[in-house]
Design a protein around this ligand. Structure first.
Ligand code: PBG
Length: 338
């Protein structure tokens, strides 16, 4: 039986270009490579590797293990590692005093990783939350996160990281004005080549849950003025998008070399707007909750996990990201045949 022609464009069949692997490869618009990946990694003060229950497959690494992981990154062609510290409860206090400790686990991890793999970039969070007993990213005064008092602490922390050999400082605290103050402090201390990737548009998100377990974060909302219930007075409202552009514009004006949108997949519209509005390398953080969701569904056999990992990472490239910070980095690099 003959069919009616496809009106009104009988010759236009978009499926022609999808008919074989070779045509699909030929017209593919976005390509993910290991060079697009920043490996999100957690280090701890003890020995060996410790599993993180809410992030199956992610382990906290000792400094020694982290050095080995840096060599692995080099072999896999992963350009950089973003390192986050797990700090035992005993090492935390209200002011996050150990955040700038030059002998702390972050300083030791930076040195060990740069020694082991000098060609791999090291990026560090500039934020107090792993070191505060209340779990907030700043200094609390009268129930409020004090912006400028926090910045003073962040500068000490950032300088410690730069002196230890960190290549990229990544302020993730969302205090106003911290990028400019950090940049000036770096210049004054002679670290003219140390880069800043600001967590420019960082949202107050539920998707950070597993990370807080991974780094042993203090529990928010402990009560009263000493511990506000959430991070909504400094991290952004998930409903906003114009505000993200203002945040990014400010951070670039203050000296950020690269900017980040966080979380990742639920905020690809923000990535796209930032990429279109600014000529600056833009990254997204596929955060712990995104990792946990894909892993949980995969472990239950509810999705094809490998395909979901690669599809999600490719989506960041399609949206215009220069790269993605992800806990899947080594696995994705291996799947890419590195
Ligand atoms: C701390 C920080 C957080 C993450 C990175 N740096 C958590 C938070 O802001 O509460 C989240 C990372 C993740 O969820 O993978 N400033």
């Amino acid at each position: 039986m003959s069919r009616a022609p496809l009106a009104p464009y009988p010759a236009l069949r978009l499926r022609r270009l999808r008919q074989a692997d070779w045509t699909r490869r030929l017209v593919r618009e976005s390509v993910l490579t290991p060079s697009d990946l920043i490996w999100a990694m957690v280090v701890h003060e003890g020995e060996g590797r410790i599993a993180v229950p809410s992030m199956p497959g992610v382990e906290r690494l000792s400094v020694k293990e982290a050095a080995g992981a840096a060599r692995e990154a080099e072999l896999l062609g992963i350009p950089a590692i973003a390192v986050f510290p797990h700090i035992d409860g005993a090492g935390k206090d209200a002011a996050g005093a150990l955040a700038a400790d030059p002998d702390g686990v972050i300083a030791r991890a930076i040195k060990a990783m740069k020694d082991a793999a000098p060609g791999v970039g090291i990026m560090c969070d500039v934020a107090l939350d792993p070191f505060t007993d209340h779990g907030h990213d700043g200094v609390i005064e009268n129930g409020r996160i004090h912006n400028d008092a926090t910045i003073d602490r962040l500068v000490e922390q950032g300088l410690m990281q730069a002196r230890a050999g960190c290549d990229i400082l990544a302020p993730s605290d969302m205090m106003d004005g911290r990028v400019g103050v950090l940049r000036r402090a770096l210049e004054a201390d002679g670290h003219t080549d140390v880069m800043i990737m600001s967590y420019a548009a960082k949202y107050a998100s539920a998707f950070y849950g597993p990370y807080r377990e991974a780094i042993g974060s203090g529990k928010l909302g402990g009560g009263g003025l000493a511990n506000p219930p959430d991070k909504k007075t400094y991290q952004m409202d998930p409903a906003n998008t114009e505000e993200a552009l203002r945040e990014v514009a400010l951070d670039i004006a203050e000296g950020a070399d690269m900017v980040m949108v966080k979380p990742g997949l639920p905020y690809l519209d923000i990535v796209r707007r930032v990429v279109e509005a600014f000529a600056v390398p833009t990254f997204a953080f596929q955060v712990s909750g995104e990792y946990a969701m894909i892993r949980a569904a995969g472990l239950n056999g509810w999705i094809d996990e490998e395909r979901a990992v690669m599809e999600s990472l490719t989506a960041f490239k399609r949206a215009g990201c220069a790269g993605v910070i992800t806990y899947f980095a080594p696995r994705a690099a291996r799947l890419l045949g590195a």
